[in-house]
Design a binder for this molecule. Structure first.
Ligand code: ADP
Ligand code: MG
Ligand code: ZN
Length: 603
């Protein structure tokens, strides 16, 4: 609306400008009252001695001549177009009136004014349109940020499924937004910034809106990228405006989607053209530090790339509360499918659990898409209800798309990952003095990890015994051992485990004096470089012979522990198979469950 109005105004200004120009032109002509006379009149005046002075150009003569007006003799400016001298004599002889034509007539004059003006207006109009579509209004200069405020968000936690842990963590935020007084009375400290972290489509935006819906507070949202594609200074002004608008509506939520677009670490750009983003980010940091959470404004943000965020954003008092919104496991996918199937008429043969089983690696958005696709297929098949066939076809279609984007791991890889993780877990459960296994998962996390075995220490530890260290190495090698036993082949998936195991073994030999061969000697060089020394560090403090022994001792530890791991897994091969099968089916299993299976086997 605003844009329209503004644009009409500008056209009016232009029209007025043209009119003024025309008036001025007219006045000028009148003021000097230059009369255009026929050449023959000029010749006549010349012969009568009335011409006072002339200025001659190639085709024109200007000057003053005397003439009688109302009986008085006056001087008059004139202009005339030259006509060929011989011709004029001839014409005179036969008494023909002749004159030259002034080529620059008024119309032509006008055209030479108007055409450029129209071109200018055209360019201006074009630019205005571009600017206005980008940022609402050109002249508002960031005073009114394009903030999306929803007074009443209809989304609730019932619409978000499969992310129960994240929901639990957000419950406190909701409680605070509902009863801000209750918290502040106790002097409790509230989170200022909550950062939702997770892969694209896992429901971060949905979850943030659900928090607003649950607590029934206004929801201000803006996407990080919207702050950036503006003129210099606009982004910062918007941030300022966003916060000041939000404060008047407290309690409320400010949500910045795709924070990474705005909050990339500063000083990384080599083009130097990121000043604008940097300014905006700085303004955001200033606003975050400046606002008092007790007024009831909660700042939320979402990102799928937390690793590239500016560390300043993650500092205490800013986005210091991180909530993981992970890919759903099979149970989670079932719940999400149930939510999205609420408004779909499905046939009796549709089995949600088996659809969930077919879709490992799918996120919420993929599942929503899947249901939509299945419904469209049913329409195409002229069916009243969506049947299992449609779902199967839809799964295949979406799967193909995701595979292209490399977002899914193939079934063979999943199997390897499952055995690998069960290997870690079984070794950990079998050896004494290891941290309890909490969870085993083959739901991919982040970029690198295809699966993980979560071991949680029961207490803080400052010292570790040799046995504990050796067991740790065995657990790390358990993944590869399992692959070797089951597949009689090994994969690259263990390289991180190997690096960690080797590090531990090397430290045992060189730093902790835990090798029988070498005894209680510390071999690691001090790491601080000695600046006063003239030369460069000379390398090792020990002989080549010792270096060789160290390497041998490290290898011995690794080999021995690999044997330990393999021994355990061979002994419990049946449990390994069962565990891996269960893991492939459910994607997440509790450590206690595997432990029960193991205990039952040992009896
Ligand atoms: P993100 O912000 O993490 O990229 P969105 O919140 O935009 O993902 O999710 C896109 C859509 O996918 C949602 O609107 C919703 O329909 C669906 N969706 C995603 N995650 C879930 C979930 N956990 N439960 C239900 N629906 C979901
Ligand atoms: Mg989003
Ligand atoms: Zn591993």
């Amino acid at each position: 609306m605003k844009m329209e109005k503004h644009h009409k105004f500008s056209i009016w200004y232009v029209l007025i400008a043209i009119w003024v120009v025309l008036i001025v032109h007219d006045v000028m002509v009148n003021m000097f009252s230059i009369e255009h006379i026929p050449y023959s009149d000029f010749i006549k005046a010349l012969e009568q001695g009335k011409v006072l002075e002339v200025a001659i150009t190639a085709d024109r003569i200007q000057g003053k001549l005397k003439t009688t007006q109302d009986g008085k003799e006056v001087e008059k400016m004139f202009t005339t177009v030259r006509v060929d001298q011989n011709l004029s004599q001839l014409l005179e002889k036969y008494n023909v009136t002749f004159k030259g034509i002034m080529e620059d007539n008024f119309l032509k004059n006008l055209a030479s004014w108007i055409i450029p003006i129209f071109i200018f207006v055209g360019i201006w109009y074009f630019m205005m349109r571009r600017l206005t579509t980008q940022q609402g209004s050109f002249l508002s200069l960031g005073k009114k940020a394009k903030v999306y405020m929803e007074d009443e968000v209809k989304v609730t936690f019932n619409d978000v499924a499969g992310v129960d842990e994240a929901k639990e963590e957000l419950a406190e935020v909701i409680e605070f937004l509902k009863f801000p007084g209750k918290f502040t009375k106790l002097g409790g400290k509230l989170p200022k910034g909550v950062l939702l972290v997770g892969p694209p489509g896992s429901g971060k935006t949905l979850l943030a809106r659900a928090v607003a819906g649950e607590s029934k507070v206004p929801f201000f949202s803006m996407s990080g990228s919207e702050f950036v594609e503006l003129f210099v200074g606009m982004g910062a002004a918007r941030v300022r405006d966003l916060f000041s608008q939000a404060k008047t509506k407290a309690p409320c939520i400010i949500f910045i989607d795709e924070l990474d677009a705005l909050g990339k670490a500063r000083g990384l750009g080599f083009t130097g053209g990121h000043d604008e983003r940097e300014q905006t980010l700085n303004q955001l940091l200033v606003e975050m530090d400046g606002f008092d959470p007790t007024v009831g404004v909660i700042l939320m943000a979402a990102t799928n790339r937390p690793e590239i965020l500016d560390p300043a954003l993650l500092r205490a008092g800013r986005f210091d509360r991180h909530i993981l919104v992970d890919r759903p496991d099979k149970k989670g996918r079932e719940d999400i499918l149930t939510v999205h199937l609420r408004n779909i008429t499905v046939d009796f043969d549709v089995d949600i659990a088996s659809i969930a089983a077919m879709t490992p690696g799918f996120v919420g958005a993929d599942l929503a898409n899947l249901i939509n696709e299945a419904a469209l297929l049913a329409v195409r098949h002229n069916k009243e209800k969506v049947g299992m066939i449609e779902f199967q076809e839809a799964v295949e279609r979406i799967m193909a798309g995701l595979e292209k984007k490399n977002r899914l791991i193939n079934p063979k890889e999943r199997e390897i990952v499952a055995y690998h993780e069960i290997g870690h877990a079984l070794v950990a459960l079998s050896l004494p003095e290891t941290d309890p296994v909490k969870k085993i998962s083959i739901v991919p996390r982040g970029v690198a990890a295809l699966g993980y075995t979560l071991q949680v220490p029961t207490e803080d530890r400052f010292l570790m015994t040799k046995t504990e260290l050796l067991n740790k190495v065995a657990v790390l090698l358990g993944g590869r051992a399992a692959e070797e036993i089951h597949f009689e082949d090994i994969s690259t998936g263990a390289h991180n485990d190997l690096a960690k195991a080797t590090d531990i073994a090397r430290s045992m030999v060189k730093e902790y004096g835990m090798s029988n061969e070498l005894g209680q000697i510390y071999f690691e060089r001090e790491h601080q470089p000695k600046y006063l020394d003239a030369g460069l560090p000379t390398g090792k403090d020990y002989s080549e012979q010792t270096a060789k022994t160290i390497d041998e001792e490290v290898k011995k530890i690794i080999d021995a522990q690999f044997y330990v791991a393999k021994d355990i897994l061979t002994k419990h091969k049946k449990i390994m198979e069962q565990g891996a099968t269960l893991l492939l089916k459910e994607e997440n299993i509790e450590g206690t469950r595997l432990k029960e299976m193991l205990l039952a086997d040992q009896k």
